[in-house]
Design a protein around this ligand. Structure first.
Ligand code: CDP
Length: 793
């Protein structure tokens, strides 16, 4: 357990990384309401944009009459798909190589799809004008269930694509089919389970929006937008709109959460840009909560069949899965190009097995596009859920304790780096101590005794375990790119003459505390106190190129870039110090914050002295330029693989079937820990997400394709009332290839907690013969499970 001491920034000058609970630099701004979010941007003469959305899931557009809306006083423009088509702007590429309608021209393909927009002098007029637009629709049969999408008589959703005659999106497979079949054929025990990970929504507190300001004289576009990836967005705007890239500035100011929802480019952003070009004025678009829930990137929506093969004494031999992936109307997934199913390939989990195979079919349906990595590294949440559920099913079949089964099958520490049967190279891991610590913190043996006693009384208490390995930090550019953009990150560090510094990142914080942790990383390397280091991010004009923040990639990629750029500055500082101290560089020792002469520590210069000298009068050593700054672009050699052991204790009221999460123990291993307090916050948030997904959240649709989760009254997200006091712990297994040994952690808890909770609920219901029940485990689903009547998800 780390120190729980609460420290101020200044206390940490000498030990910036991993020490105590350093307070966040950004909090004075954020907790006082002084953050600057996109909706805070006010520009002179700014107009407001509102979007008309389809009420139908599938319908042909017969005609649109905008005359009444255009005639409303204070309305400046009304734009339809036909208007955009005339400029070649009606369609845009998605981040996964599909195309998506900016405004519908031919058909609407999901409820909430963008059909037209109004620009007015105020937000209220723009919204009122939407009501005056008359759209004539010819309603078509919608395809809502992914299982129906490939039926020969299913209506074709994407008839915009040349020659498309079905709703097939893509096929994907990984692993060795034949070897897996052989392992399954020879196994003592095979367990099969159908498992659905329902469609959920990241639901960030701040919805999506943009302010576009096009200067026609300069031909420059300035765009404030809620994006997790400002540089990638800028490049795509340049490609789509034909604007020169150097004339586009994308600014992502403070973000009120992203969770993957703010990775895609949404039609609303493009509409705001078009509107500013058309009207010659700055234009703001901010969606409301319902718009966010019905039309922006959803997550999950995987229908999975999991199979596991084992020996009778509990040795896991193989895992096989078949997945039907629902991608909605347009493939809006944001994942590296070579990975259409994201990193689902890690479905073999933390176990040393002989063979694995996955086949996947993805389909189009009349639902909002998405498949975004909601607080997970590209489909790892689905993969971990699958394996951790199916391992529990096996434990039930074998009559083995689920903790014991896991301990028996873990990849052993000496096997790292470990290549999985689907080709992922886990960099480092030591799973058993993490699992044992979680069991100790939980008092696992006593919990099982308590459960036995309660069961004898007819009480429903469940204990659920999940152990996960994530693959985060996308990624090595030889394998990973998004639309041709390699997933490397730039970083620039400048030390000013007085020894204060500014570090410029290509990643973009959404509340994770980057302004603090990146200052800590740089401080650790060059000895300038963290308080003296400013972190700049989220502005393409003022930061180096990089692919942005999602998939817990900031620390593995940009964190490494920050450490290495600081080392580069330190190398230059060493040359200058050698001249200042008149000794060779080999005769210098680095003590945090200063170079000193070997054997004569009294003769030294501080990094601040060196900074002044680097900018000051007098000669520098031959070949050394003035200034003290550096820039790099870091291409990771591998992903990092954090892991964790989670234990959940639930009580179920047999009368109401309400599930109460009584305790939750989370032990995380993210390698070197930069800021323990921030990590704890990340873990608490992710665990809360997990309670939501496991027990409450689902974006459901009725048979006509009406979204039933269009407000936070219907799409329930957890509050403090639904969650317990989290109990956290940690182990430290550094990444061997990351310069400071750090692995990502931002999404671990969202990944690991749903299976722990579901496993606990199923465990509680074991006396009823329940082996599986699909999320969200609402009281009615628990009731159905107890009665042996699973509801179709
Ligand atoms: O990409 P994102 O920032 O969402 O995820 P991350 O890299 O896992 O980092 C989340 C936050 O936790 C950042 O502020 C990190 O610097 C911090 N963190 C840490 O203090 N130590 C680690 N080993 C990993 C992350």
């Amino acid at each position: 357990q780390g120190s729980e001491r609460l420290t101020t920034f200044e206390d940490n000058d000498q030990k910036p990384v991993g020490h105590g609970r350093m307070l966040r630099k950004e909090d004075p701004r954020l907790v006082r309401g002084r953050g600057r979010f996109t909706d805070d941007i006010q520009l002179p003469g700014m107009l407001h944009l509102a979007i008309l959305r389809s009420p139908f899931a599938h319908a042909r557009i017969v005609g649109i009459d905008t005359s009444a809306a255009a005639a409303l006083p204070r309305v400046r423009a009304v734009v339809t798909g036909a208007d955009l088509a005339a400029q070649g702007l009606a369609w845009m590429p998605t981040l996964s190589g599909d195309v998506q309608a900016v405004l519908a021209t031919d058909k609407v393909r999901f409820q909430g799809q963008e059909v037209a927009f109004v620009v007015a002098e105020d937000r209220y007029t723009a919204r009122d004008a939407l009501e005056l637009i008359d759209v004539e629709y010819d309603v078509l049969e919608p395809v809502i269930d992914a299982r129906r999408a490939l039926a020969p008589d299913a209506p074709v959703i994407r008839d915009d694509l040349d020659g498309k005659t079905n709703n097939h999106c893509f096929d994907w497979e990984t692993g060795d089919k034949d070897a897996t079949e052989a392992v399954f054929a020879a196994a003592d025990v095979v367990v099969r389970q159908d498992i659905v990970y329902p469609r959920v929504h990241p639901a960030p507190m701040e919805t999506c929006g943009a302010v576009a300001d096009f200067d026609a004289v300069e031909g420059r576009l300035k765009l404030w937008s809620t994006t997790q990836a400002p540089h990638a967005h800028r490049t795509l705007y340049a490609i789509v709109a034909g604007l020169p890239e150097h004339k586009i500035q994308v600014i992502s100011p403070d973000l009120g959460g992203g969770f993957g929802n703010k990775v895609p480019i949404y039609p609303g952003y493009v509409c705001a840009i078009v509107a500013s070009i058309v009207t010659g004025k700055p234009v703001k678009w901010m969606e409301d909560r319902s718009e966010n829930l019905i039309s922006t990137g959803f997550a999950r929506d995987y229908i999975m069949r999991g199979e596991i093969a084992a020996t009778r004494d509990g040795r896991i031999l193989g895992i096989r899965t078949d997945v039907l992936a629902d991608h909605g109307a347009f493939n809006g997934t944001a994942a590296p190009v070579k990975y259409p199913a994201g990193f689902f390939g890690v479905f073999t989990g933390s176990y040393d097995i002989e063979a694995a195979y996955c086949s996947m079919t993805a389909v189009y349906t009349n639902k909002a596009p998405g498949g975004v990595a909601y607080a997970c590294s590209f489909r790892i949440t689905e993969a971990v859920y699958l394996v951790e559920r199916i391992v529990d099913c096996l434990a039930a079949e074998l009559g083995m304790d689920p903790a014991e089964l896991r301990l028996k099958n873990f990849i052993r520490p000496e096997q790292f780096p470990y290549t999985t049967k689907t080709g992922w190279v886990y960099d480092s891991g030591d799973y058993e101590p993490t699992m044992r610590l979680a069991m100790d913190l939980a008092g696992y043996a006593e919990l099982r005794k308590e459960q036995e006693a309660k069961r004898a009384n007819g009480e429903l208490m469940g204990i659920g375990i999940a152990f996960f390995t994530e693959a985060v930090g996308a990624g090595p550019r030889k394998d990973m790119d998004i639309l041709g953009l390699g997933m490397a990150d730039g970083c620039e560090l400048r030390v000013h003459p007085t020894g204060k510094a500014v570090v410029r990142l290509s990643v973009q914080s959404q509340g994770q505390g980057h302004e603090t942790t990146f200052a800590q990383i740089v401080a650790e390397e060059i000895g300038i106190p963290p308080a003296d280091i400013d972190v700049v991010h989220g502005d393409t004009d003022n930061t180096p190129f990089g692919l942005g923040t999602y998939g817990s990639r900031s620390t593995p990629v940009s964190g490494a870039a920050a450490a290495l750029v600081a080392r580069k500055v330190r190398d230059k500082a060493r040359l200058i110090a050698s001249a200042m101290l008149e000794v060779s560089v080999a005769d210098l020792d680095w003590e945090k914050g200063r170079f000193q002469v070997k054997g004569d520590p009294g003769k030294s210069v501080t990094i601040q002295d060196i900074a002044m000298r680097a900018h000051g009068a007098g000669d520098l050593p031959d070949g050394v330029e003035g200034g003290l700054e550096a820039q790099i672009c870091y291409n990771p050699s591998n992903l990092t693989y954090p892991h964790g052991a989670y234990i959940c204790v639930v009580d179920i009221d047999p009368g109401t079937c309400e599930v109460k999460v009584r305790r939750f123990i989370a032990v995380d291993d993210c390698g070197t820990r930069i800021n323990p307090m921030i990590i704890e916050g990340q873990v608490h948030g992710g665990l809360t997400d997990g309670v939501g997904m496991a027990l409450m959240e689902m974006i459901a649709f009725d048979e006509d394709g009406n979204c039933l989760g269009a407000s936070l009254m219907d799409y329930l997200i957890p509050t403090a009332l639904e969650v317990p006091d989290w109990e956290t712990g940690f182990t430290v297994t550094p990444s061997p290839h990351h310069p400071i040994g750090a692995k990502g952690v931002g999404e671990s808890a969202t990944v690991g907690s749903p299976p722990a909770i579901v496993n606990a609920v199923v465990d509680a219901l074991a006396p009823y013969g329940v082996r599986h029940a699909d999320m969200p485990l609402t009281p009615s689903r628990v009731w159905d499970a107890m009665r042996g009547a699973p509801r179709p998800p």
